[in-house]
Structure formats: C-alpha cells, structure tokens
Design a protein around this ligand. Structure first.
Ligand SMILES: Cc1cc2nc3c(=O)[nH]c(=O)nc-3n(C[C@H](O)[C@H](O)[C@H](O)COP(=O)(O)OP(=O)(O)OC[C@H]3O[C@@H](n4cnc5c(N)ncnc54)[C@H](O)[C@@H]3O)c2cc1C
Ligand code: SF4
Length: 600
C-alpha cells in the first residue's frame, strides 16, 4: 500500500504523519519498521529521485547555464522542484520589512521536503547545548540531556550514513565505534586553511556529512538498529545494499540518484514502504488537527491540492512534522471550544521562541593557491573539514562579550565551472579583457576561499510567529505573520565571525574581498535566511512554559506529537537536522511503546 488516493486510502490509521522531510521520514520509518500502520500526508507533489535527479547534466545544457534565478535560487538543476523563498499562492507576512526585523522563510513543497537538496552537514549537539541556561543564565534548558538523545544519534548515523571523525573536543561529541564512516580527503585549499588556522589556535577537523564514503555495513547495522525484529532487519539490509558509495563528482544539491547521500526519499521512505505499513498521500495540505469529545486528536483535515476538496482522515495518533513554522501554523489554526487560540496552547507559548542560526560570511583570495595544475576537485561537495567552536572556556569566563559560540564552514578549490565562475574578479585584475582576461581567469580560478559562520541564537520574546488576522492562502487557510529581533549577543557574535575569517585569510597570505564588518547589524544574515528555523512549540518540563513534554508529546493532547524542529528549546550552533531525526526516532519509540501498552 504505497501512494494512495481518495479511493485507495483507508478510513483510519494507527498514526498520521504530516510532512515527509527529515522529521516525517524518520517518524514514519521507525513506526512502520515496528508494525504501525501509517498514513503520511505531504503537501507537495510526488517526487522520484531515481528518474528526476539531474546528476550528470553540465551547466551548458540548462537555461542561463544553470545559474540561480528567483524561481530556482540554488540553480536550474537544484533538487527543489517545487518551493523556495516564495511559494505561489501561499504567502506569509512580516511585522517588519526593516533589515533588523526581517524573517525569511524557505519552504519545500515536494515529497522529502528540504532533504532532497539540504547541505547534509550532520553535527551532534553536545552536552552544553541541552543545558544553556544552566551554563550562562540565558534562554532555557531542554528537559532532556545529551545522554538521553545520544543512543538516537547513534541510530540515525548508522541508518543514514554520516562521515566524520572522533576528535574528543569540548562539547563536540564522539560517536561510538562503527557509527561514523571515514571522512573524505581534504582539498589543497582545505589543508592550507587547516595549517594556517591552527597557527592562530583554531582547530580544524573533519566535517560530518550524511554522505556515504563507503558502502554501509548491511551485515551488522540492521541488527544494531532493529534488535529482535527479523523483518525490519531483512528489509533494511536489502535496502542498505542498494545504496552506492559517493562518486565524488556531482553536486549533492541536485539530489543523488545512486542514494549515496541522505534524502528522506532515498533513505527513509523506501524501506518504510517495503514494510507494507506506509501509505503516502501527496498533494495533501493539512490545515487542522481535529479534536474529539474525549479531548484527544481524532485526525486531521486537509485540502487535496489537485481537486481542491476538503477532506478528513482519522488516526489513533497524530504526528506533526511539517517543518517547525508550518507545524505551528497548523496548531494555531486548529481552534475549538476548548482551545480558542491554538491547539495544545494552554501555555500561550505556541509560536514563541522562534530561532534561526546566526550567519555571516567572508570570502577572500589566496596567492598561494593561484595557477595550480588543473585537478578534479568536485570532491565531497563541501564540508571535508570544518572548525568546531573552540572558545568555550574564554566565553564562559566572560572574555568575549557575547554568550554563545559558532562553528565555521569553509570551502574552496576548483569545482565544475559554471555561469559566473570568472565574474567579479575586477577587484584583483583591475578589469582585464581578451587574452589577458583569459590569463587572469586561469590564474585566479581555484584560488578563492569562503568562510561561513554558523552560530547559536538565544531565544527571545520578540522573535515569534502568529496567525495574520487578514491574510489567507489560496486554499483559504490563514497564514503566518513573523516577528523577528536579534539580541546584542548575536550581533556581537557575527562581528566576531568577520574578524576571525579575515584573520584566517590573512594567515593564509591572502586578502579578503571586503574589509571585516565590525558592525554586527550589518554583518549578520537576515533571520530565517540560514534555513535552520526551529522553535515555536518548544519542549520543556513544565506545561505552563512549554508546548510539549520531553517525548515531543503535547502537554494538552496526549495523542498529538510534534517531531520537527518546533520542539527545540534552544538552537545550538550545530546544524539542526541530525537532532531533528534523533528526536523523531526517540518520540516514535515512545509512541510504539505506549501503543503496545494500549495507552494511546
Ligand atoms: C539550502 C539548504 C541547506 C541546508 N543545509 C543543511 C545542513 O547542511 N544541515 C542541516 O542540519 N540542515 C540543513 N538545512 C535545513 C534542513 O533542510 C531542515 O532542517 C530539515 O529539512 C527539516 O526537516 P523537516 O522534516 O522539519 O522539514 P522539511 O524537510 O522542510 O519537510 C517538511 C515537509 O512537510 C511538508 N508540509 C509542509 N506543510 C505541510 C502541510 N500543511 N501539510 C502537509 N505537508 C506539509 C512540506 O512540503 C515538506 O515536504 C538546509 C536547508 C536548506 C534549504
Ligand atoms: S557527490 Fe556523492 S553523494 Fe553527492 S550527489 Fe554526487 S554521488 Fe551523490
């Protein structure tokens, strides 16, 4: 029972999962492998990575040589076949259009959500990241600690395949033996960054990305992941064997037809479908969780985007995994006599504590990397190495003037040239033409390095989303209005990033394209633009100040769960998706256990 329509869909299920990205994919996978009958409702269209992935197309085959456009900001071949910064007919509004109060919202509308093209950087949160308030008195602690989620990080790494290394650095957890795949070789430019950053006391270590540097261990991992469940082990072993190791040649953002990286559509959904326990209905835009007389969720209402019909389906348990803000929107739009201002909102915290990642970037040019012999450096498509936050002690001693840290993602090398490869080098050439320009391009191509900071934002009362009282989307569903404000901590952190990046470039003997921006308000990327939005239905240990309990279960409605980033109580510098999946697996195990005991 795979993809269903109104005719083939069952009238009721054990569990409804709303959304098919990292959170929905993981939730459905865990539940189906253990025998639960699941209906996945996905607003976007069906998408087949096997046939729709433009892996080997060269830029010259695409309009405008494949460059980004407003409709396809990540390039013509990007895997996001539907969605982006704007979704036609599905607006959202902002309380402010000023730079400081601006929030940008990226949405994918397709099976697998954003996982078809995400950066695949997969870092574990560390022990400090779950108890930030206890360390510096700001924000709030999670009701769980690292030790609660560590076994689930292990499981997710084993299942999806993550390369990396164990370095034993502060708040940068090691994985148990066998969990990580070996990291890829660094590029020449990576090695130079590492050498010069180390001279500044900045550690550079292998990155962690959900890319298979070698085939998965299909003989041992299935038994570690599904002990005592022979069917699940067999299905997973067969599926793992079908995933090839990386070719080191094609941009991951277009998706991966050989299944060498993680996408929900290539890793979670195929084995879940093989169990026979998963039905997927695409083009199903959920707008309300319905409440029974018993105070439990009875099911969800959705619009069939193809027919425009409004429909309802029932289940014992409802899981919202539509991405943080969309999940909040569904809950805020689910009003009833008992919950007049949003379902599961007795705390009044629904929509509150919206967070993104602090971002700031600097690029530069390094003469030592000029005129190197031509090489294929497509490599692992980024993040061979990275810099974890290294100033925990100085920060804790109050020496930095801001409260939370950042990691550094960097890149360089000679990627497949495309539109714009040789553009914008006048700052080096002074503007050259003809033969001299060609000479200059050969000289400078591959000598550029880019640094991107990814830092922790502290949740605040001014950053939240609510229902816009006037605006509705084309289906008549009220839309979100965003409020946004950075605190001094984030602004100072962004200015610190700028100085660090310029220091590293200069230590490489290079020069930054622009001087470091010391004004944090100018250095920081707009809210939401790093696409790590989390919070809005945070977990906690007190129903008065949080929306869910430590199991991602809403305090108010016992059979209603939230498994996406909405439950994050803080947003560590580490990219959020590995944590989303670990939490989703943990919540699904909890649901299975409670269903077995007939408590749900
Ligand atoms: C360019 C880019 C790079 C990124 N790089 C990284 C990275 O390197 N590391 C990292 O950790 N994170 C990264 N992210 C973020 C990452 O993609 C998200 O954290 C992750 O996908 C969140 O998973 P999710 O399941 O909550 O949401 P999504 O993956 O967005 O999936 C949500 C799904 O729900 C569906 N949906 C929405 N509303 C409804 C509704 N009302 N009814 C039914 N279905 C609905 C959507 O269509 C979508 O398919 C990146 C994101 C982008 C865009
Ligand atoms: S670089 Fe590797 S993981 Fe990425 S798309 Fe190509 S083959 Fe797949």
């Amino acid at each position: 029972m795979p993809f269903v329509t109104a005719k083939t869909q069952q009238s009721a299920y054990d569990v409804i999962v709303v959304g098919s990205g990292a959170a929905g994919g993981q939730s459905a996978y865990t539940l189906c492998m253990d025998g639960a009958k699941v209906l996945m409702l996905e607003a976007g269209r069906k998408y087949s990575p096997d046939t729709e992935t433009p892996m080997f197309q060269t830029p010259d085959l695409a309009p405008l040589a494949g460059t980004g456009t407003p409709e396809k900001p990540f390039g013509f071949y990007d895997a996001t076949v539907d969605g982006g910064w704007q979704v036609p007919g599905e607006p959202y509004t902002r309380a402010s259009e000023e730079d400081a109060g601006r929030f940008e919202w990226w949405r994918a509308r397709m099976l697998g959500g954003r996982t078809n093209h995400w950066g695949r950087i997969s870092l574990r949160n560390g022990p400090y990241d779950f108890k930030p308030y206890s360390r510096d008195g700001l924000g709030q602690d999670w009701p769980i600690g690292y030790e609660d989620i560590a076994p689930y990080y292990d499981k997710v790494e084993l299942l999806i395949g993550v390369y990396g290394s164990n370095e034993g650095l502060e708040n940068t957890p090691n994985s148990p033996p066998g969990c990580l795949l070996p990291p890829p070789k660094p590029l020449v430019s990576d090695l130079l960054v590492a050498q010069r950053a180390k001279r500044l006391g900045i550690p550079v270590i292998p990155g962690h990305r959900a890319v298979l540097t070698q085939p998965l261990d299909y003989r041992r991992s299935p038994a570690r992941l599904h002990p005592g469940n022979a069917t699940a082990q067999r299905i997973l072993a067969e599926d793992m064997r079908k995933r090839a190791a990386c070719l080191w040649a094609t941009p991951c953002g277009r998706g991966c037809a050989i299944r060498a990286n993680y996408q929900s559509t290539t890793v979670h959904l195929p084995p879940a479908l093989r169990t026979g326990n998963l039905d997927i209905r695409t083009d199903a835009m959920v707008y309300e969780v319905t409440l029974g007389r018993d105070g439990r969720a009875s099911g969800v209402s959705f619009v069939d985007r193809l027919s425009g019909k409004h429909l309802h389906v029932k289940a014992r348990v409802v899981i919202l995994a539509a991405s943080a803000c969309e999940t909040v929107r569904i809950l805020l739009n689910s009003n009833s006599a008992r919950f007049a201002v949003g379902l599961a909102n007795s705390s009044g915290k629904l929509g509150r504590y919206l967070m993104d990642t602090v971002g700031s970037s600097v690029s530069g040019q390094v003469p030592l990397l000029e005129s190197l012999p031509p090489l294929n450096e497509d490599a692992a498509d980024g993040h061979q190495l990275y810099v974890p936050w290294w100033l925990y002690q100085e920060q804790h001693a109050g020496k930095l003037g801001f409260a939370r840290g950042y990691h550094i993602e960097f890149g360089g090398g000679k990627r497949m040239p495309g539109f714009g490869t040789a553009a914008g080098i006048e700052w080096l050439t002074g503007g050259s033409y003809g033969a001299k320009f060609k000479q200059d391009v050969r000289r400078y191509y591959g000598s550029f390095v880019d640094f991107d900071g990814r830092g922790e934002m502290i949740p605040n009362d001014q950053s939240y989303c609510e229902i816009d009282p006037q605006v509705k989307d084309k289906w008549g569903i009220p839309v979100l209005r965003f409020h946004w404000q950075w605190s001094e901590h984030e602004l100072k952190q962004a200015a610190h990033m700028q100085k660090t990046f310029v220091d590293i470039i200069e230590a490489m003997g290079g020069k930054p394209r622009d001087p470091p921006q010391s004004d944090g308000a100018k250095a920081i990327a707009p809210g939401g633009s790093i696409i790590h939005e989390v919070g809005g239905a945070i977990m906690g240990s007190d129903p008065k100040s949080s929306v869910t309990n430590p199991w991602c279960q809403t305090w108010d409605v016992e059979n209603l769960f939230v498994t996406d980033g909405a439950v994050f109580a803080s947003n560590a510098d580490k990219n959020p998706t590995l944590t989303i999946m670990a939490l989703a697996w943990r919540a699904a195990d909890h649901i299975l256990e409670r269903m077995r005991r007939k408590e749900l």
